[in-house]
Design a protein around this ligand. Structure first.
Ligand code: NAP
Length: 279
């Protein structure tokens, strides 16, 4: 049977480490504070923001909540970000995406101070990541590296295939695997013969955004599979981009959905907040 890559356990471990660091900072009179901005009423975004606030409570990070109406203008949102950039008490600023269509997401990302960009989306931080310099790493791919390392999966010298090239998952995932000395292939919707490329992978990361797309025909026997996708099925249950039941008998390790990558994203956000306060 394949090893289950347990994001619940590993994310709990990381949150406990953050909690201890925050408590040590508090003992020295330093606080850690995350400002969370939500624009509009998107129900999924509300759930994500709620989970981030809960994680802040658990780790001892203070959270400031800004729940703005959907009609908020771009100017108003940028004004709030500038105010939070200048507030010494605030260590991290998180804007929940997606934003209403009248707001330019790129402008918003660029407005957040790179020193408070705990989502790791600002070009200064993505540039630092590419160059191997210090900076905030995007939470989902950084969480996947932690999942692999803490599950004793060696990345060095391995054939790594990433399915997807989005700015928040696929591209940074590829860079981080490369930084760990993996041999990395990035695939996308124009890739020819995706199955054959995926079958080369010792480590396969699926961030394709299509429920149960990856079945055993894409898998090399004994590979390690990380499933980034999250989808709600008609029966109300969650599933990933990987057809778990079909793939699991063929792999040496696999992350489940739920309980794999999902909880790691928030844990790494908490870690970035603690890093920011310590900087
Ligand atoms: P995205 O922006 O929609 O990107 C999907 C990528 O998959 C694109 O690069 C696309 O290629 C590629 N793709 C689509 N169909 C393909 C096909 N048939 N063959 C090969 N490649 C194909 O999605 P995302 O934001 O990266 O998210 C991916 C998944 O991860 C989603 O299910 C999302 O909900 C989930 N997610 C989870 C977390 C978490 O915390 N667990 C965080 C973020 C995202 P093109 O570039 O050519 O269009």
């Amino acid at each position: 049977m394949a090893q289950l890559i347990d994001g619940k356990r590993i994310s709990a471990e990381i949150k406990d480490e953050v909690k201890a660091r925050v408590s040590a900072m508090k003992a020295e009179g330093k606080s850690v504070c995350l400002a969370v901005i939500l624009v509009g009423e998107d129900p999924a975004s509300k759930v994500y923001v709620g989970n981030k606030k809960k994680a802040c409570e658990y780790t001892g990070i203070e959270s400031l909540s800004y729940e703005l109406p959907a009609e908020t203008t771009e100017e108003e949102l940028l004004g709030l970000i500038h105010k939070l950039n200048a507030d010494d008490k605030v260590n991290g600023i998180l804007v929940q995406f997606p934003l209403p269509i009248h707001i330019d997401a790129k402008k918003v990302i660029n407005a957040i101070s790179p020193l408070k960009d705990v989502d790791g989306f600002h070009p200064v931080n993505t540039g630092a990541m590419l160059n191997g310099d210090a900076g905030f790493l995007p939470c989902t791919p950084a969480g996947i590296i932690e999942l692999l390392k803490r599950s004793d999966v060696d990345i060095e010298g391995k054939e790594c295939v990433v399915i997807g090239r989005s700015n928040i998952v696929g591209k940074p995932m590829s860079v981080l695997l490369l930084r760990e000395n993996g041999t990395v292939t990035i695939t996308h919707s124009r890739t020819k013969d995706l199955k054959e490329v995926c079958k080369r992978a010792d480590i396969l990361v699926a961030a394709i955004g299509r429920p149960k797309f990856i079945n055993s025909e894409y898998i090399k026997e004994g590979a390690v599979v990380i499933d980034v996708g999250i989808h709600r099925m008609e029966n109300g249950k969650l599933c990933g981009d990987v057809d778990f039941d079909d793939v699991e008998p063929h792999v040496s390790a696999i992350s489940p959905v739920p309980g794999g990558v999902g909880p790691m994203t928030i844990a790494m956000l908490m870690k970035n907040c603690a890093d920011s306060a310590e900087m």
